[in-house]
Design a protein around this ligand. Structure first.
Ligand code: FES
Length: 174
């Protein structure tokens, strides 16, 4: 039996062996295996809508309101754009907690994006429970552009809870 000279993983008389899919460049790389709960620095992603949530994060910055630096904000036009798949993939790539943040309910700039997001989050939370992550690792906050303090407080409380829960099951495996 000989191997293909072009390293395409096909051997004579055998079915092709699929190569492992490389992780995308933007994947959050889990750090070293985590020995103790208290040693770990959570990785928290905040999916924020452009119009209210992201502006409130900006306002928190302008007013020098502090929240944990482990929160990484990803801006979307509307929370209605966040699909369960984005959340599950983020956990798969090592996130310990995820927050979806958008305009106050009834004030979405795309009419009902945040209401749709809320329904999806409820369903995704159940899935996280089933998979053993815990629905508590998925948070949501609906906020106006003027509520920088609320944004900072929510992020701080959420990170505190994640810290108490410890690393996500995915990070523990690595
Ligand atoms: S635009 Fe903010 S949640 Fe839809």
């Amino acid at each position: 039996m000989s191997h293909c000279p072009y390293e395409c993983n096909i051997q004579d008389g055998a079915n092709p062996v699929p190569k492992p899919t490389p992780k995308p460049d933007h994947a959050v790389e889990p750090s070293q295996p985590i020995a103790k709960k208290q040693d770990f620095e959570p990785i928290v992603l905040a999916f924020s809508c452009n119009w209210c949530s992201y502006t409130s994060a900006d306002l928190a910055g302008i007013n020098h309101l502090q929240y944990p630096s482990c929160v990484r904000i990803i801006r979307f036009m509307c929370s209605g754009r966040i699909e369960p798949d984005f959340i599950m993939r983020a956990f798969e790539f090592g996130a310990d907690g995820i927050i979806v943040s958008g305009c106050k309910l009834g004030e979405c700039h795309y009419i009902s994006g945040n209401e749709k997001a809320e329904k999806r989050l409820e369903m995704t939370g159940k899935l996280l429970d089933l998979l053993g992550y815990g629905a508590e690792r998925l948070g949501s906050v609906w906020i106006s552009a003027a509520e920088g303090a609320k944004f900072a407080d929510y992020m701080s409380d959420f990170v505190k809870n994640i810290h108490a829960m410890g690393p996500s099951p995915t990070r523990n495996k690595n």
